[in-house]
Design a protein around this ligand. Structure first.
Ligand code: TRP
Length: 440
């Protein structure tokens, strides 16, 4: 069977933005920003997105478009004669399954809150509510529901499933978030939230520079869906020769813009309605922001409608990301082992049903996988892809990068390849070492 492709350039861009925009923007980003001191974190994070994220994104695009394969097949194919590079790709395939296992649990929480927003059942005791539903059989049940939605879209294939779904969901996410942000900013007391978010204060950087750098790097990779091979896989369905540099920049800008927009919803809400961050992050837990925002809806007119819009937007964002995770191992089985898309999707969903349920029952395992393990695997994975692009593909990478590129992009090609060969892998390996060190 001929390999599928996107119907258009816009389809590819929206699918990639859909992958990038997800719980990382609306849940992990405000959580990290709150934990590392607000605006200072924002600045460091934006720098890393620009200097490490975008070049990394381009490296994955180059590998994907050149090989037209899943990550494992791509690296094996582009480096004939050496088996070991295939394993680096395979590591990405495994990472995707680990990632989806915890992501689908959080997706299940969102699904649950979305459904409960219609009745407002969590409004009066948002903390206790989160306690009851976040782990245990209820969490497992909603994880399965979220996973089923994910699998249903992936089953539809590239054009009919992923492209169609992201084309419908992305505009909705932007409209919902923009309306919510306008509303949140106009709440009395929102100004304090805005200044926490936007008034630059370097003190947190000076206090804990290494911790902040690690967190900002991890968040930058996570939010751009890097280090797993998502972007290799999506670029492998590119038919025509677009400018990868242009598409990559558009994707990074949209992703960052939507992330920052989500901050304009979350921070004003937390400050205006919950009296600041200390009241909700006292435990420092990942769920704290969740509880804080959810609890805020109780106090506003038409709270249920606002809550439905809020969790609806997040649900779409989460789904357009989770499909990009499932698609990696599906593409692997379809490309390399001649499995049909249907059997691959159903079989892998069954596997994640089990691994995700384990996360749903074990909060400590969940924390470890969602935090530490993910940072380690994504950093290692992206370092591998960069070394591969810089040293194995080398000038071929530049040729692929140049194909379809305009004048400005071409002039940036050589510095891009240079950084991919040298400082970027070095930066990632140093981050990896710091992460491992803090683990021990
Ligand atoms: N970027 C997505 C988010 O912000 C999550 C995601 C999708 C992802 N695919 C990925 C993260 C691959 C790392 C790797 O929610």
């Amino acid at each position: 069977m001929a390999r599928e492709s996107w119907t258009s350039r816009l389809g590819f861009i929206l699918a990639a933005v859909g992958s990038a925009v997800g719980l990382g923007n609306v849940w992990r980003f405000p959580w990290m920003t709150a934990e590392y001191g607000g605006s200072a974190f924002l600045v460091v994070y934006l720098c890393i997105v620009l200097l490490v994220g975008v070049p990394g994104l381009l490296a994955e695009f180059v590998i994907g478009r050149r090989s037209k394969r899943n990550p494992a097949g791509a690296l094996a194919r582009l480096a004939p004669g050496t088996k070991s590079w295939g394993f680096v790709g395979l590591f990405g395939v495994v990472t995707a399954l680990v990632l989806l296992s915890f992501y689908s649990v959080v997706g299940g929480w969102i699904l649950r809150y979305f459904a409960a927003s219609f009745t407002g059942s969590y409004f009066s005791q948002s903390g206790a509510y989160f306690e009851t539903i976040s782990f245990g059989w209820q969490a497992a049940a909603f994880h399965v529901g979220f996973l089923a939605l994910t699998a249903a879209i992936v089953l539809g294939g590239i054009r009919g499933g992923i492209e169609a779904a992201t084309k419908a969901m992305m505009p909705l996410i932007v409209v919902l978030l923009a309306v919510l942000a306008g509303w949140a900013i106009s709440q009395p007391g929102a100004g304090e939230g805005l200044s926490f978010y936007l008034n630059f204060d370097p003190a947190p950087i000076e206090e804990n520079p290494v911790g902040m750098l690690r967190a900002a790097a991890g968040q930058a990779l996570f939010t751009l869906s890097l280090g797993v091979g998502t972007m290799i896989t999506y670029a492998s369905y590119l038919g025509e020769d677009n400018s990868l540099a242009f598409d990559g920049s558009v994707i990074a800008i949209l992703n960052t813009g939507i992330g920052v927009l989500a901050g304009f919803v979350v921070f004003p809400l937390l400050f205006a309605l919950q009296g600041g961050l200390t009241n909700v992050t006292a435990g420092g837990e990942a769920g704290a922001i969740f509880i804080g925002v959810a609890g805020a809806f109780q106090q506003v007119p038409f709270g249920r409608a606002v809550a439905v819009a809020f969790f609806g937007a997040i649900l779409f964002a989460a789904l357009s990301s989770s499909i990009s995770m499932l698609e990696i191992p599906v593409a692997y089985l379809v490309d390399e082992h001649d499995v049909s898309r249907r059997s691959a999707t159903v079989g892998l969903a069954a596997l994640v049903l089990v691994t995700g349920s384990i996360c749903a029952f074990d909060p400590r395992l969940f924390d470890f996988v969602a935090g530490t393990l993910m940072d380690l695997m994504l950093t290692a994975g992206l370092a591998g892809f960069l070394v591969f692009t810089g040293w194995i593909l080398g000038t071929d990478a530049l040729a692929e990068y140049d194909s379809g590129a305009g004048g400005l992009a071409r002039s940036l090609g050589a510095p891009w390849l240079w950084s991919v060969r040298t400082i970027l892998p070095f930066f990632l390996l140093a981050t990896l070492a710091l992460n491992l060190y803090s683990l021990l």
